[in-house]
Write a protein that binds this ligand. Sequence first.
Ligand SMILES: Cc1ncc(COP(=O)(O)O)c(C=O)c1O
Length: 425
Amino acid sequence: MTTITSAEQRALDLDAADPLPTRRAEFCVPPHGDGEAAYFAGNSLGLQPRALRDRLVAELDDWARLGVEGHTEARRPWLPYHELLRGPAARLVGARPEEVVVMNSLTVNLHLLMVSFYRPAPERHAIVIEDSAFPSDSYAVRSQVAFHGYRPEEAIVRLRPRPGEAVLRTPDVIEYLRRYGERVALVLLGAVNYYTGELLDIYAITAAGHDAGAIVGWDLAHAAGNVPLRMHDSGADWAAWCSYKYLNSGPGSLAGAFVHERHLADRGLPKFAGWWSTDPATRFQMAPVVSPVDTADSWQLSNPPILAMAPVLVSLEMFDQTGMPALRAKSVRLTGYLETLLDEVCADRPATVITPRDLRRRGAQLSVQISGHDAGPLTGRLRHEFGVFADARRPDVIRLAPVPMYNTFHDCWRAASALAAVLDG
Ligand SMILES: Cc1ncc(COP(=O)(O)O)c(C=O)c1O
């Protein structure tokens, strides 16, 4: 019989007393031994909502029963299916419904939006990113610069933390833009950095970029479903995000795009088009020239993949039910608790939490740097010996994300105890 220590009991008590009950039972949590894993990799791939299977089967059944007529006769007709996602996606990122669309995947959306919003001129063609930008963003901006005939080595500005520091300071980004902004065409930053978990000040950086005359776009991959967002009010020009992390919509699932209202009716913007860019009221007149609507839908190209949209809809419904304010409040409690436990683990071991300590500057993720260890084998041991799913960013960072939809205080206790054990031997 295993005895429960007072520390573990405290975690269980916190779960029992928390004002927002976990929705863990509504997700497929990977098994571990006779029980369940403690899953801290929701910042990489979120868990499968149990409701999804029936929803997918419903679409398969409608397709089997109706064939092509499902476009108009399915229980959720496929032709306007993407419109079902518009409201909940807009609420999630703090946008107006007409400013968002769910389509494609994230890097594709980054490119489509840069077609419109990266318009370099000889005297202003730089793109500002973080030095620790996700590689796909780095490749995307480099290829955009080269596509326009400029040299990536010269045009891409990679902002670094100060020497000896792990995270970028928002005032340093603003200072850069104040000093050198006249040559910047586009600022493209991760609102929450994938590596450090740092949340940048979207409002302040957007304002600084605009003051400098630049366009400001945001990669919300690690922010959507993690932190409350107010993209419309921030004034950001555009943003894109994926839905397989905190949004639990499945591997490689569809992405979102936001375009600020002030650009929606701008017919002068360069934009790639396809038949889903055109006004649905006249789409089937099969005209040779696109007739775009003044919404983010006009960035769509193809008819949407319904089997890929169903998971996004299921997930967005769950976010609507709980609401970001309640999720964020619980996220702050869970992450703060994990931080306290990790501080105890790190106190006499070669490990440090590199994520900002100020909760206004982070979301759910805590990144732990372990000096002298390879993070890969450590996360392997966490998973196989302790059932703790974490993620290694080699060489030496382990990322842990207590996700408020399904993680518990008890999971946090398990993660911290397991980390201590693997570091000790
Ligand atoms: C911050 C960030 N940007 C871009 C990507 C690339 O996403 P995709 O493969 O969906 O294009 C990822 C993937 O994890 C990411 O974390």
